[in-house]
Ligand binder design. Structure first.
Ligand SMILES: NC(=O)c1ccc[n+]([C@@H]2O[C@H](COP(=O)([O-])OP(=O)(O)OC[C@H]3O[C@@H](n4cnc5c(N)ncnc54)[C@H](O)[C@@H]3O)[C@@H](O)[C@H]2O)c1
Length: 249
């Protein structure tokens, strides 16, 4: 029970095949009360109910500051504290540099980067009062190697921005007992890649990965539990690669 009595908020957590839901489920199994935040169409309340009746699902759009603030207030009302935030919501788009429109740029950066800022801003005052907290930001191997498999350059830029934002927040809030860390997943089999890669292509990619397979959502969930828990009490500003060895640097 690594997260006993902790309250953990996971953005983009309602997709049943996604990293966020796997993280929420694993955190709950370690004793956390979890709050699944997601867009209305993803039905966060139903996702939370699948984990158990004591958990909460809330509609929130991370690109909207008022929506983030309202969600944080609702979590406080329900559970009285916020110990963990996982900034997981993100969208991708395969595109070449010269084809990226202003609207594409806004859409992709807004969810990953602006969303990470707005949701962190929404929970930080509570963590400051508590003088403790752990924020985990989901970046991507795409930020490190200049493109993953599917995302365009604007996705790489959004995820690289998340690394910089998280490191700066780690420096700013460390003295108040608040840790901020990143995870850089490799290629994980979730809905984000659904229909975009043939089984043949996936097998081809797996051959280039030292651990010889694509990642599973629980691989990321486990890393999130570690960074949320007291096992990582002396870690802040780190980037934890969870990529099967796809990028070793
Ligand atoms: N799957 C991979 O290979 C991989 C690799 C590296 C990084 N990532 C990152 O991991 C995170 C989770 O991705 P996933 O693979 O589970 O994909 P996913 O599509 O299953 O999950 C993304 C979730 O974010 C939610 N979301 C989208 N816009 C939102 C908004 N404005 N407000 C709130 N929620 C919103 C979606 O409804 C969805 O539930 C993303 O940030 C993604 O970029 C994924």
């Amino acid at each position: 029970m690594l997260l006993k009595d902790k309250v953990a908020v996971i953005t983009g957590g309602a997709g049943l095949n996604g990293l966020g839901f796997a993280t929420a489920r694993l955190m709950a199994s370690h004793g956390a009360r979890v709050v699944v935040l997601d867009l209305a169409r993803a039905e966060p309340a139903a996702a939370a109910a699948q984990i158990g009746g004591e958990h909460l699902g809330l509609v929130a759009d991370v690109t909207d500051k008022a929506s983030c603030d309202a969600a944080a207030a609702a979590v406080l009302k329900a559970f009285g504290r916020i110990d963990v935030l996982v900034n997981n919501a993100g969208i991708t788009q395969p595109a070449k540099t010269c084809d990226i429109t202003g609207a594409d740029y806004d859409r992709i950066l807004d969810v990953s980067l602006r969303g990470t800022l707005y949701m962190s801003q929404a929970v930080l005052p509570t963590m400051q009062l508590q003088q403790s907290g752990s924020i985990v930001c989901i970046s991507s191997v795409s930020a490190q190697r200049g493109g993953g498999i599917l995302g365009g350059p604007h996705y790489s830029a959004a995820k690289a921005g998340v690394l910089g934002l998280a490191r700066a927040m780690a420096r700013e809030f460390g003295p108040e007992g608040i840790r901020v860390n990143c995870i850089t997943p490799g290629l994980i089999g979730t809905d984000i890649i659904k229909g975009k890669l043939t089984e043949e292509k996936k097998a081809e990619i797996a051959e280039t990965i030292p651990l010889a397979r694509l990642g599973r959502a629980d691989d990321i969930g486990g890393a999130c539990v570690f960074l949320a828990s007291d096992l990582s009490l002396y870690c802040t500003g780190i980037t934890l690669d969870v990529n099967g060895g796809m990028l070793i640097h």
